[in-house]
Design a protein around this ligand. Structure first.
Ligand code: NAD
Ligand code: NA
Length: 395
């Protein structure tokens, strides 16, 4: 089968298995080139198939020879349809991990459900006994509550008043104004229910109840802050309320882990092209300008560089460096005054005519296609792909 990208707005409905493998391989090579990392050896990653979660799994496995269990929600290939990219990423990850004798198993299903938590518990009991770290990296637009069965939808809306700013259609390069109506009804609560910390806490409770957390256990969840520019739609919007809740949950979990000297952390990460972030209006234009400025200053990072820095310069130090709210900051380079001042200056000027020269829209697009396994120089896209049909332990 010859597979081509088929896009609809900010989603791509096809994915390329060889390209996804190349993306995983590139991340593995980066981690290997950086040398050994001292970090936990039995790691559960929730949201392990793409973005920051995949980068965390790769860093643990190939930096520290950790045994990893990955949980995610991805589509397997079916008649006439490719799998989702996270499925191919995991197929590649498992293949490459097993080749090096690393333990790697995956559970494909709804992490919010009781069933997937039970399946994970059974697998840990059977294979690993206990775990030393949980990385919580879910990003989902919906959550079915495990106790009530009610399905909640999150939203990306400002709170209080309509927010109007520039945005870019990253396929066409058209820069135009977008207005986003404020949250109404249960929008805030629903978003907190989906993207807040309740499910993270439920995972830790469930694992702890079964005595599956080792002494000095650590867990980390990812958050975002971003600049003034995107505050109304991000940090001060509905999603920001969910992040406030997630961040508060870290303290709650830490309290519950006292007896095993465990700790829950929040890491505030940099804005990066992932399937989740391309869905947020205004953000892609901000990111295109940010990429240009960070590349000009030689401080650009992708998910793997970010997580490598989290592991080697923050999370596992005797004294974990945090901000005054107790959060780890690996968004430090994005938030640097000189970087933000330059982005703000370009923001005023950017329009459809100059967007290609002022911003790194080209780089943004390229990374968007990389998410689905396209645009890799190393891959021959005219070649028929062999469908990956089966992965050990993964349906
Ligand atoms: P992503 O879309 O690349 O990854 C989301 C992961 O969650 C995937 O593995 C997906 O399979 C999994 N998932 C979604 N719904 C699921 C479900 N019901 N059950 C099981 N798995 C499910 O997202 P990302 O951008 O890497 O985001 C991960 C975290 O990092 C989020 O909390 C996000 O807010 C945060 N973050 C993202 C950015 C950014 O710019 N992308 C910046 C800072 C922080
Ligand atoms: Na440019």
């Amino acid at each position: 089968m010859i597979i081509e990208p088929r896009t609809r707005g900010f989603i791509c409905t096809t994915a390329h298995p060889d390209g996804c493998e190349q993306g995983v391989l590139n991340q593995i090579e980066y981690i290997k080139s950086k040398g050994k990392i001292e970090s936990p050896k039995r790691v559960l990653v929730i949201g392990a198939s793409t973005g920051f979660g995949l980068a965390s799994r790769i860093t643990s496995a190939f930096g520290s020879e950790a045994s990893t269990i990955g949980v995610f929600f991805e589509k397997a290939p079916s008649e006439g349809r490719t799998a989702s990219s996270g499925w191919y990423n995991t197929a590649a990850f498992e293949k490459l991990a097993h080749k090096e004798g690393l333990y790697a198993k995956s559970i494909n299903g709804d992490a919010f459900s009781k069933e997937v938590k039970e399946q994970t518990i059974d697998l840990i009991k059977k294979d690993l006994g206990q775990i030393d770290m949980v990385v919580y990296s879910l990003a989902s637009p919906v959550r079915t509550h495990p106790e009530t069965g009610v399905r909640y939808k999150s939203s990306l809306k400002p709170i209080g008043s309509t927010y109007t700013n520039k945005t870019v259609d990253f396929h066409t390069g058209e820069v135009k104004e977008v207005s986003i109506a404020p949250a109404e009804g249960d929008d805030i609560e629903n978003t907190v229910t989906v993207m807040g910390g309740e499910d993270w806490e439920m995972w830790i409770d469930a694992l702890k109840k079964e005595n599956l957390l080792s002494k000095d256990f650590k867990t980390v969840a990812y958050s975002y802050i971003g600049p003034k520019l995107t505050e109304p739609v991000y940090r001060n919007g509905t999603i920001g309320r969910a992040k406030d809740h997630l961040e508060a949950t870290a303290f709650k979990i830490t309290d519950k882990l006292k007896d095993i000297e465990g700790k829950a952390y929040i890491s505030v990460n940099k804005a990066l092209v992932t399937q989740s972030s391309s869905a947020i209006p205004v953000i892609p234009l901000y990111m295109s300008l940010l990429y240009q400025v960070m590349k000009d200053n030689n401080v650009h990072e992708g998910c793997i560089e970010q997580i490598h820095r989290l592991y080697t310069e923050r999370l596992f130090l005797d004294e974990v460096p945090t901000d005054e709210e107790g959060r780890i900051r690996i968004d430090d380079l994005e938030m640097r005054d000189d970087i933000q001042e330059k982005v703000a200056e370009l923001w005023e000027k950017v329009d459809t005519e100059n967007v290609m020269s002022l911003s790194d829209l080209e780089g943004y697009r390229n990374e968007f296609f990389h998410l689905f396994g396209f645009n890799f120089e190393e891959v021959d896209y005219s070649k028929e792909t062999e469908e990956v049909v089966k992965i050990a332990g993964l349906q």
